[in-house]
Write a protein that binds this ligand. Structure first.
Ligand code: AMP
Ligand code: MG
Length: 405
C-alpha cells in the first residue's frame, strides 16, 4: 500500500542516523557537517579596540581643544592611560587606552600641531568595539549539525582552531536498470537510450557533498541486478532507478528483497513517482527510484536529499519552503498529491508549462518545485504558493537593481 509523502519522510527520518565522524584540519572541512560543539576559548574581539582611525578621548572633553602627543597602532600592547584634557591618536583595531570613553574619527576633528579640537556631544563608547561583542568566550559559535561554510571557517580561524571533528562523507553508489540503456560514453543503436539518471544522481549527490561511485547499468535480469547490488553493499546509500513499476521485467525490488532488504515502503502517494522504495540491507540504505527521469529527480529532491542530509549529520534536514505567488494561471489534474517543477525568480514561481514524467529538460530549467494537495486543481495568477527550492542561487543573466529603498 502506498504511504503518504509525510509518512515516507517520517520513515526516512526515523530510520536514518548520522555516520561516524573524523578529525580534520579546518582547511579540509569545507561543506562538511560539524560533529562537535565549537566553544569559544576567548572573547572576540579579545579586547576593547578602536573601530576607526581617530582619537581616543573622554566625553567630558567634547567641544574643547585637547593635547595629543601619543599614538597607538594596531598590534601595540595597549597599556597607555588617557587623562582628561588629552587625546591619544589611535588606529583601527588598536587597543583602547585605559580611561578612554570614545573614539572620534580623524575626519571629525581639527588638528593644529599637537592640539586637537573635538566636536560637541560625543556619546559614551562611540566607535569602541567591545571585547566579546562578536563571540563571547564560553559560547558555542559553531554547533554540532551545522555546515562548515567559508564563514564558519572564518570563525574557526578567528579562534585559532586547527582541527575539528566532522562527519565523514556519505558514500553513495548509483546504478540504472534497463536492457534499453547504454552508458553515455558508448555507441548506441537506434532502439536504445542513454542512461541519463545515473550520471544525474552521481552529479547531484556530489553537489550535496557525497562521495559517489558509478556502479554501472543492470540489465533486466535478477542475476545482473543481484550482482550489481552485491558489489555496492559497502556504500551508505545505494540509489537505483527503473524496474520498479508493473512491467514484466521490473525486478529491482525483488532483487533487493532476495538479498535481504527490509523495505519501509514501496509506494508513495505522489504524482509523478509513485513506485519508490526505501529500505535497508544491514546498515546500507536503499532507494529505488522510478525510471522516468523527471519522476526520479522529483523523488530524489523530495526524499533522497533529506536522507543524505540526515545521514551527513546535518540538523537542518527538513525541507524549507519559500512563500511566493504563482506567476500565471495554472491547472493541476488534482485528486493526487502532485509535484510541479518551476522557476522562482525572486518574486514569483512560474511552473514549467510542459512537464511529463519521462522528460529531462524541465529538470535543468527548474530551480524549485511545489507539492499540491489532491483537493487543488486550479491556481490563479498571483495566488500564494509554497515552494521548495532546489538551488538557492538567485543569480541573474541580466543586471538588476538590488538596492533596498
Ligand atoms: P522503468 O521504470 O524501468 O519501466 O522505466 C520507465 C521509463 O524510464 C522507461 O521509458 C525507461 O526507458 C526510462 N528510464 C529508465 N531508466 C532510465 C535511466 N537510467 N535514464 C533514462 N531513462 C531511463
Ligand atoms: Mg526498465
Amino acid at each position: 500500500m502506498a504511504v503518504s509523502i509525510t509518512e515516507a519522510l517520517d520513515m526516512i527520518y526515523q530510520n536514518t542516523s548520522p555516520v561516524s565522524s573524523e578529525l580534520l584540519p579546518v582547511e579540509l572541512t569545507l561543506g562538511r557537517i560539524v560533529a562537535q560543539e565549537c566553544i569559544a576559548q576567548f572573547d572576540l574581539p579579545r579586547f576593547d579596540n578602536s573601530a576607526m582611525d581617530g582619537y581616543a578621548i573622554k566625553c567630558a572633553d567634547a567641544g574643547s581643544t585637547v593635547h595629543c602627543q601619543e599614538i597607538i597602532y594596531a598590534g601595540d600592547r595597549g597599556d597607555m592611560i588617557l587623562e582628561k584634557g588629552k587625546a591619544i591618536k589611535i588606529m583601527t583595531g588598536a587597543p583602547i587606552p585605559k580611561g578612554c570613553e570614545a573614539i572620534v574619527p580623524v575626519e571629525n576633528v581639527t588638528v593644529v600641531n599637537d592640539r586637537v579640537t573635538l566636536p560637541g556631544g560625543i556619546k559614551l563608547h562611540t566607535n569602541i568595539r567591545k571585547a566579546g561583542e562578536d563571540i563571547k568566550s564560553g559560547t558555542c559559535y559553531l554547533c554540532k549539525g551545522q555546515k562548515v561554510t567559508a564563514y564558519a571557517i572564518a570563525m574557526l580561524a578567528s579562534q585559532g582552531v586547527t582541527h575539528i571533528s566532522v562527519y565523514r562523507k556519505i558514500r553513495v553508489a548509483v546504478f540504472g536498470t534497463g536492457d534499453e540503456l547504454k552508458p553515455h560514453f558508448e555507441k548506441i543503436a537506434p532502439h536504445q537510450l542513454y542512461n541519463s539518471n545515473t550520471p544525474m544522481f552521481l552529479a547531484r549527490s556530489q553537489e550535496l557533498g557525497c562521495e559517489v561511485r558509478y556502479i554501472g547499468n543492470s540489465s533486466d535480469t535478477m542475476e545482473s541486478l543481484e550482482t550489481l547490488i552485491r558489489s555496492a553493499l559497502d556504500a551508505d546509500i545505494i540509489l537505483t532507478s527503473g524496474g520498479v513499476s508493473m512491467g514484466d521485467r521490473d525486478f529491482t525490488k525483488e532483487a533487493f528483497s532476495n538479498l535481504g532488504m527490509q523495505a519501509y515502503f514501496t509506494q508513495i502517494d505522489i504524482k509523478p513517482g509513485k513506485p519508490t522504495t526505501y529500505g535497508k540491507i544491514g546498515k546500507c540504505a536503499i532507494v529505488n527510484l522510478p525510471g522516468n527521469p523527471l519522476a526520479s529527480m522529483v523523488n530524489y529532491e523530495l526524499f533522497v536529499r533529506p536522507l543524505i542530509a540526515k545521514m551527513s549529520g546535518a540538523n537542518d534536514y527538513y525541507h524549507g519552503t519559500i512563500r511566493t505567488h504563482i506567476a500565471q494561471d495554472f491547472q493541476i489534474r488534482g485528486n493526487k498529491y502532485t509535484v510541479k517543477l518551476g522557476k522562482f525568480d525572486g518574486t514569483a514561481f512560474d511552473p514549467i508549462t510542459k512537464q511529463l514524467p519521462g522528460m529531462i529538460s524541465p529538470l535543468f530549467h527548474a530551480n524549485a518545485f511545489m507539492v499540491t494537495l489532491p483537493s487543488l486543481s486550479t491556481l490563479s495568477k498571483g495566488e500564494e504558493v509554497k515552494i521548495i527550492p532546489i538551488t538557492s542561487n538567485m543569480g541573474r543573466t541580466q543586471q538588476e537593481d538590488f538596492f533596498t529603498v
